[in-house]
Design a protein. Structure first.
Length: 125
């Protein structure tokens, strides 16, 4: 397994860009991290902390577009991702405001029906 260093101290868990230390002057772009490999830390109430390595890949001919791939850092992170995928009706959002996925999908289907759009939204199995 390859070694990946922890995210710089200027990044928060779940973010790949460093937060600004001071407001940028008008017309001056704020410094951001260059594309590349990062470690993102996600905390989920059902499975705990999941560490993911993100690889940012450029797309030829599309200068401003990137594909970001997330992979578990270790075996424990892989097991936690598997546990997340096994939750039959996961809560989406923070512990205080989160709602079951089935409820969100049902609302989207009802809205699509009201708007005359295709209301088929597959539920995860």
């Amino acid at each position: 397994m390859s070694s990946v260093t922890a995210a710089p101290s200027t990044t928060r868990p779940g973010r790949s860009r460093p937060r600004r230390t001071a407001p940028a002057a008008p017309g001056v772009p704020a410094p951001v991290a260059a594309p590349g490999r990062r470690v993102k830390v996600f905390r989920h109430p059902a499975v705990g902390t999941v560490n993911l390595s993100s690889s940012s890949l450029s797309i030829d001919g599309m200068a401003e577009h990137r594909v970001v791939v997330y992979t578990p850092l270790g075996a424990q992170d892989t097991r936690r991702i598997e546990r997340l995928r096994a939750i039959p009706d996961p809560v989406v959002g923070c512990p205080e405001h989160g709602r079951p996925l089935s409820e969100i999908l049902r609302e989207k289907a009802e809205q699509a029906t009201r708007e005359g759009r295709n209301a088929e939204i597959p539920l995860p199995r």
